[in-house]
Write a protein that binds this ligand. Structure first.
Ligand SMILES: Nc1ncnc2c1ncn2[C@@H]1O[C@H](COP(=O)(O)OP(=O)(O)OP(=O)(O)O)[C@@H](O)[C@H]1O
Ligand code: SF4
Ligand SMILES: [Mg+2]
Length: 329
């Protein structure tokens, strides 16, 4: 797409993350180019936050990176010292946490929270930091006078915007947003995403946007990766994924939300629930829920139950991990 350079900003290369016996991220590879908006979607518990935490190297024990690499502009983030990591986190990559609204300190004025954060990274005095906080608030559509407000004096949408303004503060090249809008109503969610898109155009940072709501992603992402049970099962440009979803799980996620245009359809969703990652199904992890997994096609069925499908290209930049999709080629 125009304006996006092909050289990756961040590359997850065959990443494996365990929480003790639970393998939450299982050989995940994902790249994010400068200025790109990448969506990462999948049901609860599939490993989305773990990917984000590994990328920022903020996994909490027992979480640990077992193998794989995380490259930032071609350099291995694993080699960074603790101090380099601390700077790296806000300056190169910043994170808007899941339930970010609650990550504001309830007993501190919004402006003071900016001051603390800015002064931890830059040599500026309090009044300069407050002025910068005011500018940042205005960028996300909040009156600069609100630096004097306490978080409880702001609506949910405004608190979320404050957290996004903080993530923007040090002009990072990538902002990771982990379900930042899930607690908000749909109209506010769209408004905030439109603002992020606008800011992204202005400041040309990349976004990794994590959600279980594919409908929002289809509208705002350049590229979308779909996760299921610790693995990426499909990855494609957003329009290709929308027009031609190949993995039966993606098709199921798509049918879990109403189409943006066209006739009203009945939402079918996906029957069953995601597997326990301590004991994932053999073969294709989606097989117990997949409508295409039946003994009617014995050869395919045998593969589905025993052989793990690999992520393979079916079109330029469109990867799918599914035996059926592979057979259809
Ligand atoms: N501290 C932990 N100890 C053990 N298992 C964990 C821990 N944190 C996460 N897990 C497991 O790792 C898997 C992935 O969790 P993760 O939070 O990354 O999923 P998620 O896709 O972000 O889910 P959600 O949409 O609910 O936020 C889950 O099966 C979860 O139970
Ligand atoms: S490999 Fe088979 S079971 Fe797995 S998603 Fe594809 S069609 Fe379904
Ligand atoms: Mg999560």
């Amino acid at each position: 797409m125009p304006g996006v350079s092909p050289q990756p900003l961040v590359e997850l290369d065959d990443l494996v993350v365990d929480y003790g016996r639970v393998r939450a991220v299982d050989h995940v590879s994902l790249s994010i180019r400068p200025g790109e908006f990448v969506g990462l979607a999948g049901e609860s518990g599939c490993g989305k936050s773990t990917v984000a935490h590994a990328l920022l190297r903020i996994l909490r024990p027992p979480g640990e990176i077992v193998s794989g690499r995380i490259l930032f502009k071609g350099e291995d983030a694993a080699a960074l010292s603790r101090e380099q990591l601390r700077r790296f986190r806000w300056r190169n990559i910043s994170l808007v946490f899941q339930s970010a609204m609650d990550s504001l300190n309830p007993v501190m004025r919004v402006g003071d929270q900016f001051v603390d954060m800015l002064r931890a990274h830059e040599r500026i005095d309090r009044s300069q930091a407050l002025a910068r906080a005011g500018e940042l608030l205005e960028l996300v559509g909040i009156d600069r006078n609100r630096i004097r407000a306490y978080p409880h004096e702001l609506s949910g949408g405004m608190r979320q915007r404050v957290v996004i303004a903080m993530a923007l503060a040090l002009s990072p090249e990538l902002i990771v947003m982990d379900e930042p809008t899930t607690a908000l109503d749909v109209v506010v969610q769209r408004e905030i995403l439109q603002e992020i898109e606008q800011l992204k155009r202005e400041f040309s940072f990349a976004v990794l946007f994590i959600t279980h709501d594919l409908s929002l992603l289809v509208e705002f992402s350049d590229r979308i990766a779909i996760m299921y049970a610790g693995e990426i099962v499909e990855s494609a440009p957003a329009d290709a994924l929308f027009q031609r979803p190949e993995h039966p799980y993606t098709v199921g996620l798509m049918s879990s939300f109403p189409p943006l245009h066209g006739p009203i359809v009945r939402l079918t969703g996906i029957p069953g629930s995601p597997p326990d990652l301590a004991k994932p199904p053999t073969g294709c992890r989606f097989h117990p829920r997949c409508p295409h997994c039946t003994p009617d096609a014995p050869q395919l069925y045998a593969r589905q139950l025993s052989e793990r499908p690999e992520l393979r290209p079916i079109a330029p930049d469109h990867l799918v991990a599914c035996h059926l999709a592979e057979e259809r080629l």
